[in-house]
Design a binder for this molecule. Structure first.
Ligand code: URA
Length: 481
């Protein structure tokens, strides 16, 4: 049995030299007793235990690149068994090049866990190193010192990160597992353990202020916080002494935040529904009239859309109107007002009929679907297109409205209205802008929906389309004049 004592302390080259020499001499893993100097006071580095360095490379072992990355991390781990574990893997890899892909292999799994722990420790170092400023000679570079207590020998591994990040200042990171120092030109690494320096400065208060101000009691998750910032790091973080107090006060703070928060008003439709419930039921209109149909539709629950809507938005206008305009479904404002086309699309519509000389009070205006379909998003209700099934359910009402009114001309505004009126999915373009004969001597006129005009992003195109819509309104007026 060969007994070999290494410095350890994250020095990969040291282990590699020893492993190469043993491997070249054909020494098997269980013939070597690996030791770490820091744990064996009194032992010197035992060069004698090593065979001569294989200068010509004869008998050397080759390894996949993945092993190098693994070994460089594992060698930083503080477990003294890491040297023998790596040497054993090195041997076994000669037999099986894919060994490291075997997650179930006991040695591979141990090595992977060590690698992970080293990566995690290195990550924590980048997050929890807190530099304190030291007095510097006038005009000289600013000097900083930090104390950190890693689990593993990661200082040399992480030092280039700090060199890149804090290149403009001189710094020293001292740890019980070695140190790194940067003076603007040279990065000096040492594996000698450091004593904790007695340092604290004004930046401690800055850290505390910063931490207290970003701490959100409503988001407090103690387990997640402790996983991110394990307790063992707290003693070297100036802000950490605030944590127990912040956690203890979190509940009270959250309640007071909730009290100060603006209260959300009841959704409009609930208020309107409550108000509507207080109004005495209207006298029943004579059967077979448009008013009776409206009263009937007010309690329609044939499809799920009624559940979320404020109310049924039935058609509006004289029962003997010559022209019936049909839209898609009420929007947000129509749902609240209980009247069709009173929102933004209604404005476009009103303006277009007015320029054509059409009097809105002479029209009957209705929709293919009588309830507002939407999706709540925050405090807003976003319009959702009704699906074919919903349109089919509601056709029953539209048909009765038309049967009672018996208009000369029906205007379908948009594809949903066209589908509801004809029962066929058709493109608007081929049918638009001319009267089409329907049953019972009625005419159908197809045009776009005013909301479509509102959605056109390009101003020039929008103006063109608006002009076309107005032209359609002029044609409509001509058809009934
Ligand atoms: N869009 C419609 O289709 N109808 C309305 O009543 C309002 C907007």
């Amino acid at each position: 049995m060969r007994r070999v004592v290494l410095e350890g302390r994250g020095n990969f080259e040291e282990w590699r030299r020893a492993a190469r020499a043993f491997a070249a001499a054909g020494i098997l893993p269980d013939e070597i007793d690996w030791h770490e100097k820091s744990r064996e006071p009194g032992f010197a580095f035992q060069r004698d235990a090593l065979p001569p360095d294989p200068s010509a490379g004869a008998g050397q072992m080759s390894v996949p690149a993945d092993f190098m990355a693994l070994a460089e991390a594992v060698i930083c781990h503080s477990d003294p068994r890491r040297f023998s574990l790596l040497y054993s893997l090195l041997w076994r890899l000669q037999e099986n090049r894919d060994l490291l892909d075997l997650a179930s292999d006991e040695e591979v799994s141990r090595a992977r866990l060590m690698q992970k722990s080293v990566h995690r420790d290195a990550h924590k170092m980048t997050a929890f190193v807190r530099f304190k400023e030291l007095a510097a000679p006038a005009g000289g570079r600013r000097k900083f010192i930090a104390w950190f207590e890693p689990d593993h020998y990661i200082v040399a591994r992480k030092a280039p990160f700090f060199q890149r990040r804090f290149t403009d200042m001189d710094w020293l990171i001292a740890t019980p597992k070695g140190s790194a120092a940067w003076d603007g030109e040279r990065l000096t690494l040492s594996s000698a353990p450091c004593e904790k320096p007695d340092i604290s400065d004004a930046t401690d208060d800055l850290w505390r202020i910063y931490y207290a101000s970003i701490f959100n009691p409503a988001r407090l998750k103690v387990k997640a916080m402790q996983a991110e910032m394990p307790k063992k790091y707290w003693k070297n973080l100036p802000e950490a002494d605030l944590i127990p107090g912040l956690i203890a006060d979190a509940e009270a703070k959250m309640l007071s935040m909730a009290e100060r928060e603006a209260t959300t008003p009841l959704p409009y439709h609930r208020r309107i529904q409550e108000a509507a419930a207080r109004i005495p039921a209207p006298k029943l209109a004579p059967a077979g009239t448009l008013e009776a149909l409206r009263q009937e539709a007010a309690t329609c629950s044939q499809c799920p859309l009624h559940a979320k809507a404020t109310q049924t938005v039935f058609g509006e206008g004289p029962a003997d109107a010559e022209i019936v305009f049909v839209g898609e479904q009420p929007g947000d404002q129509e749902d609240l007002a209980g009247r069709p086309f009173v929102g933004p699309a209604g404005k476009v519509f009103d303006e277009a009929i007015a320029q054509a000389g059409i009097n809105r009070s002479r029209l009957y205006i209705t929709n293919a679907v009588k309830h507002f379909k939407y999706e709540p998003r925050g405090k807003r209700r976003i319009h959702q297109k009704p699906n074919l099934g919903e349109v089919q359910h509601c056709r029953w009402w539209l048909k009765r409205e038309l049967d009672l009114i018996k208009p000369k001309l029906i205007v379908a505004m948009g594809a949903t209205a066209l589908y509801s009126l004809t029962g066929e999915k058709q493109k608007l373009e081929g049918l638009r802008g001319r009267p089409i004969a329907m049953e019972e001597g009625r005419l159908l006129f197809v045009t776009v929906h005013p909301s479509y005009l509102l959605r056109i992003p390009d101003e020039q195109r929008k103006a063109q389309e608006l002009a076309r819509f107005r032209q359609d309104m002029n044609l409509i007026r001509g058809l009934t004049a």
